[in-house]
Design a protein around this ligand. Structure first.
Ligand code: CUA
Length: 157
């Protein structure tokens, strides 16, 4: 075996050490990017959105006392349904799934702002305390009709 100088050993140690740190960072980074954003924990087959509950019957569903689920299908270039009435004070879990490309789901004037990716259900829970109208917009460029992709939520007494 070749005799190694003490400093060479130290440098070799640091070299291998930093290589491991580099790989670890790379691995963690790739893992973080490879997994879905926190709002998209449920997966769905984008080709079968129309047959997969609850998106086979999109719309507002009452799930409890003043609690609702609002299931919306996004596709180029529309939301289904595109007109929804919600009773004032309702706590609504909004679930959105796309049948084709990536769409956005931004509800102007609220904290609801989701990216809707094929293969995942994007969810957000929002309580609607004020009567009014909210416009839903697609804020991810999705093609020629992107700017036409809107829907409306009315909060009523
Ligand atoms: Cu859908 Cu832009």
């Amino acid at each position: 075996m070749m005799h190694m100088h003490k400093y060479e050993k130290i440098w070799l140690f640091f070299g291998i050490g930093s290589l491991f740190v580099f790989l670890a960072v790379l691995g963690v980074g790739a893992f973080a990017q490879g997994t879905q954003p926190p709002s998209c924990l449920t997966t769905i087959d984008p080709e079968k959105v129309d047959q997969t509950p609850p998106f086979d019957k999109p719309g507002l569903v009452k799930t409890g006392d003043n609690e609702y689920q609002l299931n919306i299908v996004a596709s180029a270039f529309a939301y289904t349904p595109n007109q929804v009435e919600i009773p004032k004070g309702a706590k609504v879990t909004i679930n959105v799934a796309t049948k084709d490309v990536i769409h956005g789901f931004e509800m102007a004037g609220t904290n609801v702002n989701m990216m809707v990716e094929p293969g995942y259900v994007s969810s957000y829970t929002q309580t609607f305390d004020k009567v009014g109208e909210y416009v839903i917009l697609c804020n991810e460029y999705c093609g020629a009709g992107h700017h036409l992709m809107t829907a409306k939520v009315k909060v009523v007494e």
